[in-house]
Design a protein around this ligand. Structure first.
Ligand SMILES: [Mg+2]
Length: 221
C-alpha cells in the first residue's frame, strides 16, 4: 500500500519566515505605492496569491489591476525573500526531522502543500535540510485556492492514488478544509496559531509532532 503524505510548511514543518512575511509589504509598496500591514492581516493558511489580493484590495487596489500583475508580484516576492533570507527564515519545528525520517522508513511518499511561492518554499526546505524528503508539491503560484494546490500536488505525484491513502497535514482549519474538499484524509497539528479544538474537523489531530509515532500509526490503519 502506498501512502501519500502532503505537508503544509508554515506552522507545521517550520516557523513562519519573517523575511517572507515582510516581503508582502515591500512588494505592495514597490508596485502600487501603498503601505500595507501584513502583520495585522490574518494570513495563516492562505496562499501567497490570496494574501496579495487581500492586502492590496484592503488598500483600495481593484481586483483586475492586481490580477494583471500577480505573476510579477509573486516573482518579486520570491526574489526579495531569497535575496534577504536569514537563518530565522528556515527554522524547523521540533520533531520534524524524526517524523520525516520515520515516514521515509515506512516508504511513505512525501509532498508539500504550501501557499508559499514555490521558489521560496523550496529554498526554505532545502536550507533547513529537509528538501530531499519531498519530490513534488502544490505551491502558491498554482492557485489562490488551497484545495487546488492539493489537487495539483496529487497530479504531480503521478501516482493516481486512492484518496483514502492521501493525507493532508496542516496547522490551520484552511488546511483541513482543503483536504476535505478534495476528498483526502486530514491531520491537524496544533503547532501554529490554532489549538487542537480549532482543528477538530480533521480526521486526526495532535498537539505537536512529538507524537509522530501515533500519527504514523493512524496513517497505516
Ligand atoms: Mg500553515
Amino acid at each position: 500500500m502506498k501512502y501519500v503524505v502532503l505537508f503544509d510548511v508554515d506552522g507545521t514543518l517550520m516557523e513562519e519566515s519573517p523575511t517572507h512575511t515582510m516581503a508582502f509589504d515591500y512588494v505592495c509598496d514597490e508596485f502600487f505605492h501603498v503601505k500595507t500591514d501584513i502583520k495585522s492581516f490574518p494570513r495563516q493558511g492562505m496562499t501567497d496569491q490570496g494574501i496579495l489580493f487581500g492586502i492590496l484590495q484592503n488598500s483600495g487596489i481593484d481586483y483586475d489591476t492586481i490580477k494583471s500583475r500577480i505573476n510579477e508580484l509573486l516573482i518579486e516576492l520570491g526574489d526579495y525573500t531569497i535575496k534577504n533570507m536569514i537563518e530565522d527564515d528556515y527554522v524547523l519545528l521540533p520533531y520534524v526531522e524524526e517524523t520525516l525520517e520515520e515516514m521515509e522508513k515506512n516508504n511513505f511518499i512525501l509532498g508539500l502543500i504550501t501557499g508559499n511561492f514555490s521558489k521560496i518554499a523550496l529554498e526554505r526546505v532545502s536550507k533547513a535540510g529537509i528538501g530531499n524528503y519531498f519530490s513534488f508539491g502544490g505551491y502558491g503560484e498554482d492557485s489562490a485556492i488551497r484545495s487546488e494546490l492539493v489537487q495539483k500536488a496529487i497530479e504531480r505525484s503521478k501516482l493516481n492514488p486512492n484518496l483514502n491513502n492521501v493525507f493532508v497535514i496542516g496547522d490551520t482549519p484552511k488546511d483541513i478544509k482543503s483536504g476535505k474538499d478534495v476528498g483526502t484524509k486530514t491531520v491537524g497539528v496544533a503547532t501554529g496559531v490554532y489549538g487542537i479544538k480549532q482543528l477538530q474537523d480533521a480526521d486526526f489531530s495532535i498537539k505537536n509532532l512529538k507524537q509522530y509515532k501515533k500519527l504514523i500509526e493512524f496513517i497505516k490503519k
